[in-house]
Design a protein around this ligand. Structure first.
Ligand code: SAM
Length: 344
């Protein structure tokens, strides 16, 4: 049992469904269990992978009502920056929900709507009920979004101490905190050009969420909380950053897939330019799998405000490989592909 001054006690190995998330301090016990969380290094030689063989990513084409309404009202395409402010507000709401309470409420609303005999009301209430159930399953039961066990498996083995970590398009900053727990004693710079990410998504990230990491003095396990990390949050466009090549890890999660092919090289370059020689680029993108396609369809109003692709690990790897990165480690976890790379 780990007693902390401000947080409820937690135990190594513990997992528990909280009202709005799952906390999970379980470690995989052996190689077989490890392989349940992450499938790594499926491609032996990236020079043999070609677009002709693997095809291009799947483009998500169902958009949120807010985006479509804005475009109808303004008679033009929603600007990308505005699309992110809409996305972040909409997505953040879901992380703040008391899910069991909301399931109960939406169930009541659905049965109430049946009494109205109005198909449109029933459809809305049923949609709300399905979405909260799906969210419960994906985020709280499966822990598919934060997925700490999968991410720990993906991030382990970096030859790095007290790293300076730059998180591009950081949103609430989850993965940089997980990395910081595994490689403690350094600092994190989070960057997002939507101020709401710093002021709400990161600011309201639960202080009692436990991150399983490493104890630098014993080499054993240690639990960290948000307040334990040294974090600064920069609200700016990635393209305006004045940092030099000064970071041990440059990280992005769910960024590359929001840019069409004509911009992929530029996005890869955003990561490379801030990297110290020998530093690591860590990137993840959502997987092109049937269940993810369904998720983005059902959650379109919550998630789809901007250009979005779903790609396979091979497609993601080829974007990085053909743009000059050396892929050190690649794998997929529940819903994301992940790659650890170095600049050539
Ligand atoms: C899809 S989100 C990242 C996914 C994240 N894990 C989440 O839960 O929402 C991408 C983030 O990148 C930010 N972003 C996109 N383009 C950017 C740019 N040019 N400069 C800074 N931030 C950017 C967006 O504001 C958004 O918060």
């Amino acid at each position: 049992m780990i007693e902390t001054a401000v947080h409820r006690p937690v135990t190594l190995g513990q997992t528990e469904k909280m009202p709005s998330y799952r906390m999970d301090l379980r470690q995989y016990k052996n190689q077989k269990e490890y392989e349940k969380f992450v499938k790594v290094n499926t491609v032996n030689d990236w020079s043999t992978v070609s677009w002709k063989d693997i095809g291009k990513p799947y483009e998500v084409t169902s958009f949120s009502k807010d985006k479509l309404d804005w475009e109808e009202e303004h008679g033009k395409t929603l600007p990308v920056h505005t699309s992110w402010t809409m996305f972040n507000q909409s997505f953040h709401e879901w992380f703040s929900k008391d899910v069991p309470a909301e399931i109960h409420e939406k169930k009541g609303a659905f049965f109430h709507s049946l009494k109205s005999f109005k198909p449109s009301e029933v459809k809305v209430a049923l949609g709300d009920y399905i979405r909260i159930h799906l969210w419960n399953y994906v985020h709280r039961v499966q822990d598919g979004i934060w997925d700490p066990r999968g991410k720990r498996a993906l991030f382990e083995g970096l030859d790095i101490q007290k790293p300076r970590i730059l998180f591009l398009g950081a949103a609430e900053g989850y993965e940089a905190m997980q990395l910081s727990a595994m490689y403690p004693g350094g600092e994190v710079v989070m960057v997002d050009y939507d101020a709401f990410c710093r002021d709400a998504r990161f600011a309201e990230f639960p202080e009692s969420y436990p991150f399983l990491g490493k104890n630098p003095s014993t080499g054993g396990e240690k639990v960290y909380f948000k307040d334990d990390f040294k974090i600064s949050y920069v609200v700016d466009d990635i393209r305006n950053l004045s940092f030099g090549a000064e970071f041990d890890i440059v990280l992005s999660v769910g960024l590359l897939e929001h840019f069409p092919d004509s911009m992929k090289a530029e996005v890869v370059e955003w990561h490379r330019k801030f990297l110290k020689p020998g530093g690591y680029i860590v990137m993840t993108t959502p997987r092109a799998q049937l269940r993810s396609k369904l998720y983005y369809e059902i959650m379109a109003d919550v998630m789809n405000h901007t250009y979005r692709e779903l790609m396979t690990l091979e497609q993601m790897g080829l974007y990085l490989y053909e743009n000059g990165l050396d892929i050190m480690n690649h794998g997929y976890i529940k819903v994301h592909n992940g790659i650890v790379a170095r600049a050539k």
